[in-house]
Design a binder for this molecule. Structure first.
Ligand code: DAH
Length: 350
C-alpha cells in the first residue's frame, strides 16, 4: 500500500504538470480525491490492514492527500493568473493602467466663454494677445489719459507692489503696448490694428454677490483710417449674437471713461424677457454689458499713432459678467470658489 500511495503522489505531480485548463484540473481532482477516486479507494482498503500497519498507512495517506490538495490549489492559482494574462493580452485596446474616468476634468465657465469669444473675434480677423497681470502705473493709468490724482482712479484702487508696480485693474492696461507693437504695420503697410486681450484683473473691492477682487475682462481695439461708431456696433452685435446664439439687440448710452471720447455703455436686450421687461432687467428690457467708445486722441498719440490720420474703437467686455449671464450664475463668488460641484457642470456647447 505504501508503494501505491507513493506512486499516486508521483503520478499526481506528473499529471498536474501537464494540465492547462481549469476544467482539466477539476477532472483530475475528481479522479484522485473524489468519492470514487484513486486515493479514496485506497483509503477504503485500510480496513484490511493489520492494527499496527493501519495508523502508519493512515498517516501517509493523509500526507499524500494534503500534498495533492496543496498542489491542486497552487495549480488553480497559476491557471487563474494565466487566464487573466491571456485575456489582457488578447484585448489590445483595454489598458488596465488608465485610471477610471470617474473624475474627468472640465473647463471653468470663464474659460469656456473666453475661448468662445476668442474664436469669434479670430474669425473676424482679430489677433489674441497675451498680457501680464503686474503692470506699471503708466500702462494701467497714465497712458490711458488718467494722470495721477485723477478722480477716475478712485474707482480702481488695487494692490500695489513695493517697487511701484501694481496688479492691473483693467485689461485696458495693455492698450498702449498693443498700439506700439502694431503701429509700424499700420502706418507703413496699411494693416489695421485688430486685437483682443483677455485677462485677469484685480481691484480692492468689498466682495458681495456682484463684486469680486479678482475678475476677468476682455479688451478689444480696432484702429484704422475712418473707423466709426458703426464699426463698433457691428462688431459687438455680431460677437454677442454668436455668444448667445440668438439675434441680440444692442443700444448705446453715454458713459464716461477717460480713454475714450465719446464713451458709451453698451446694453443688450434682456436675455430672459427678450426686451419686454422683467425682474432680471429691472423692467427696463436692457442689460448693461460692455463699456466702450472711440479711442481718445491722446491715447492714440501716447501709443505712437497720429490721431489726425487714424481713429479706432475700444471695448472692455466683462468676461466674468458674460459667463454669469450666459450660464445663469447668480453669485460671482462661486467662480473663484474652486468648488468643483458648482464649476464642473458647464460644458462647451460648440
Ligand atoms: N477698462 C474699463 C473698466 O474696467 C472698461 C472700458 C471702458 C474699456 C471703455 C474700454 C472702453 O476699452 O472703451 O472699467
Amino acid at each position: 500500500m505504501k508503494e501505491k500511495l507513493e506512486a499516486i503522489r508521483v503520478k499526481a505531480q506528473q499529471e498536474l504538470a501537464s494540465i492547462t485548463e481549469q476544467a482539466q484540473l477539476e477532472n483530475f481532482r475528481v479522479a484522485v480525491l473524489g468519492k470514487k477516486g484513486e486515493l479514496t479507494s485506497i483509503l477504503k482498503a485500510m480496513g484490511s490492514l493489520s492494527a499496527e500497519e493501519r495508523p502508519v498507512m493512515g498517516q501517509l495517506a493523509n500526507e499524500v492527500r494534503a500534498f495533492i490538495e496543496e498542489k491542486i490549489q497552487e495549480k488553480s492559482n497559476q491557471l487563474k493568473e494565466f487566464e487573466l494574462k491571456r485575456e489582457i493580452e488578447s484585448t489590445p485596446l483595454f489598458d488596465i493602467s488608465v485610471p477610471a474616468n470617474l473624475n474627468c476634468g472640465s473647463y471653468h465657465p470663464i474659460t469656456l466663454v473666453q475661448r468662445q469669444c476668442e474664436a469669434i473675434f479670430k474669425s473676424m480677423g482679430f489677433t489674441v494677445e497675451d498680457y501680464g497681470e503686474i503692470v506699471t502705473d503708466y500702462e494701467c493709468f497714465e497712458s490711458l489719459n488718467i494722470p495721477k490724482d485723477h478722480p477716475a482712479r478712485d474707482m480702481q484702487d488695487t494692490y500695489y507692489l513695493e517697487n511701484g508696480q501694481l496688479l492691473k485693474t483693467q485689461t485696458s492696461a495693455a492698450q498702449n503696448a498693443i498700439y506700439k507693437k502694431y503701429k509700424d504695420a499700420l502706418v507703413n503697410d496699411g494693416v489695421p490694428i485688430k486685437a483682443i486681450f483677455p485677462g485677469r484683473c484685480f481691484r480692492n473691492e468689498a466682495t458681495d454677490a456682484c463684486h469680486e477682487n479678482t475678475f476677468f475682462q476682455m479688451e478689444g481695439v480696432m484702429v484704422d483710417r475712418d473707423i466709426s461708431i458703426s464699426n463698433l456696433i457691428y462688431f459687438m452685435k455680431t460677437m454677442l449674437s454668436e455668444v448667445f446664439r440668438k439675434d441680440i439687440k444692442v443700444r448705446l448710452r453715454p458713459g464716461f471713461f477717460p480713454f475714450v471720447e465719446p464713451g458709451f455703455e453698451l446694453d443688450i436686450s434682456c436675455l430672459i424677457c427678450g426686451g419686454e421687461g422683467c425682474p432680471s432687467c429691472k423692467h427696463s428690457g436692457w442689460l448693461e454689458l460692455c463699456p466702450c467708445g472711440m479711442i481718445h486722441p491722446q491715447v492714440l498719440k501716447e501709443g505712437g499713432i497720429d490721431p489726425e490720420k487714424y481713429t479706432g474703437f475700444a471695448f472692455g467686455l466683462g468676461l466674468t459678467r458674460l459667463a454669469m449671464m450666459k450660464y445663469g450664475i447668480k453669485d460671482i463668488r462661486d467662480l473663484n470658489s474652486g468648488s468643483l460641484k458648482s464649476l464642473s457642470q458647464f460644458t462647451d456647447d460648440e
